[in-house]
Design a binder for this molecule. Structure first.
Ligand code: MEV
Length: 424
């Protein structure tokens, strides 16, 4: 089934669920989980964090039109901000014209850091660590673990000397393949267990043993060609390139540019119950390597079409932690139909690129407020009880108001309903 579903946004949540059910082969129970706004029970919540007193509901919307490596995806996005889901769907629709998104990723390798202080000769200690690489890897992997059985575990090591206030420290990196897990617990356990051996070899004193969220060995990439006609003409391509130059030249703009990218990525992270803070920290740190810059690049090809690319660390998991426990996250993963953590990371990269395209297109042409207002007015009209037969008219009337409000929407809806009855 295609993810291009014209008019999806006009349907009721129930009708949309019927389509998603068919697309992802969901069972009635799974549909009930999505429909039940209290899908996470208090007792399950109580097992996830401490001092639980309640749960927080947020909407999940489906981004349509995504074609990634030739496969159709419906993408569940959990977010409180309006326009984000519509914008992603729109950009994905434009990307489809030239074949959709193409993605790649590296192996799911995390960095576990071990900090060694009080070393007399850091350079010699570094060489000793590197010479004992095989011994350290064997020690790190000498444990019972499903991830290791599946081909994961410590694969390599790095050693760096860093300096603070005249004091040199040796930092040992264990490069740990986490397979389909995000891997925080796996990595932290391994570095804690390996630290005594590092201390014995290097001398000095081990202090911290913890993963790094700057996962430079766990990258996801996506690219797409956006057809110039579908974008609205070559002028729009040029305007988007001007907007991109602004982000390249100015850190204030680059921050907002990247925030727009993370709108999409965070929404998929949340829907799959992945660690949003870890990915945010890693994404912005990655953007700062070599000077803070946009996470995307944009250029025009010889046909005048727009070519976009994105690369960022995306340490996400599809097993372990909340992603395996939360009932909604489990259904979300089924809708995505993802088979590996790498595939999920690549989907997120595609969503980030789509989100950035949509923002740059809106910002460099009509601005974002018009679209925001339209969606806001539609939400108000729905809340005020506008039925399918009058909703478009209500939205149009409401937009003309200088300050569309719920009470104004209610007034318009009631008047239109009354007029309709009088006509009949
Ligand atoms: C708003 O949430 C995101 C944007 O500000 C992103 C951008 O400016 O590129 C529209």
């Amino acid at each position: 089934m295609e993810s291009k579903i014209p008019g999806f946004y006009k349907l009721s949540p129930r009708e949309r669920l019927d389509i998603v059910k068919k697309f992802a082969n969901l069972t009635d129970d799974e549909i009930d989980i999505l429909r039940g706004t209290g899908a996470l029970s208090l007792s399950n919540a109580d097992k996830m964090i401490e001092n639980v007193v309640g749960v927080m509901g947020l909407p999940i919307g489906i981004a349509t039109n995504f074609l990634i490596n030739g496969r159709n995806y419906l993408i569940p996005m959990c977010i409180e901000e309006s326009s984000v889901v519509a914008a992603a769907s729109n950009a994905a629709k434009i990307a489809r014209v030239k074949g959709g998104f193409h993605t790649t990723s590296t192996e799911p390798v995390m960095i576990g850091q071990i900090q060694v202080t009080n070393i007399k000769d850091p350079e010699t200690a570094k060489n000793i660590i590197l010479k004992n690489k095989n011994k350290i890897i064997a020690h790190a992997n000498d444990r019972k673990s499903t991830i290791i059985k599946l081909g994961g575990g410590t694969k390599d090591i790095e050693a760096r000397i860093v300096e603070h206030a005249g004091e040199k420290m040796l930092i040992v990196h264990l490069l740990i393949d986490c397979r389909n897990a995000m891997g925080a617990n796996f990595v932290n356990t391994i570095v804690e267990n390996t630290a005594p051996l590092i201390e014995e070899l290097a001398g000095g004193q081990v202090v911290l043993r913890i993963l790094s969220n700057l996962a430079t060995h766990r990258l996801a990439r996506a690219e797409a060609v956006f057809d110039k006609q579908a974008l609205g003409g070559e002028d729009v391509v040029d305007a988007i390139l001007e907007a991109y130059k602004f982000a390249c030249a100015d850190v204030y703009r680059a921050t907002t540019h990247n925030k727009g990218i993370m709108n999409g990525i965070d929404a998929v992270l949340l829907a799959t119950c992945n660690d949003t803070r870890a990915i945010e920290a890693g994404a912005h740190a990655y953007a700062s390597l070599g000077g803070y810059h946009p996470l995307t690049t944009w250029e025009k090809n010889s046909d005048g079409d727009l070519v976009g690319k994105i690369e960022l660390p995306l340490a996400v998991g599809i097993v372990g932690g909340a992603t395996s426990v939360h009932p909604v996250a489990k259904v979300v993963k089924k809708i995505l139909g993802i088979k590996s953590a790498r595939e999920l990371a690549e989907v997120m990269a595609a969503v980030g690129l789509a989100q950035n395209l949509a923002a740059l297109k809106a910002l460099s042409t009509e601005g974002i407020q018009k679209g925001h207002m339209k969606l806001h007015a539609r939400n108000l009209a729905t809340m005020a009880g506008a039925t399918d037969d009058i909703i478009d008219k209500v939205v149009k009337t409401l937009i003309k108001e200088s300050k569309p409000s719920f009470s104004k929407a209610k007034e318009i809806v009631e008047k239109m309903k009354k007029d309709k009855v009088a006509k009949n």
